[in-house]
Design a protein around this ligand. Structure first.
Ligand SMILES: [Zn+2]
Length: 85
């Protein structure tokens, strides 16, 4: 597969999935390469990564009801099994 350099628009469209680590390795590399070359997109990425880190820190401080926590853990385990198959 030939890798073409991403435009800013293409990189921007993938930025959320990049932050969430949901891209394929090839797409992840393409976005990483663009962020390395493009100061404009790199600053947007840092901004988004900061917000996400902040959100995760807030979520980790929220007490979930045990039943909900169990359901979430179960869903994560099911997802992990599906990813293995
Ligand atoms: Zn760019």
């Amino acid at each position: 597969m030939v890798q073409h350099a991403l435009s800013c628009h293409e990189a921007f469209l993938r930025l959320n999935d990049y932050v969430d680590r949901e891209l394929s390795p090839a797409e992840h590399d393409a976005v990483a390469a663009h962020l390395f070359d493009c100061a404009k997109c790199a600053s947007v990425f840092e901004f988004e990564a900061d917000i996400l880190a902040d959100l995760k820190a807030k979520l980790s401080r929220i007490q979930l009801p045990p039943s909900l926590k169990d359901r979430v853990l179960e869903a994560i385990q099911r997802g992990a099994k599906a990813a293995d198959a």
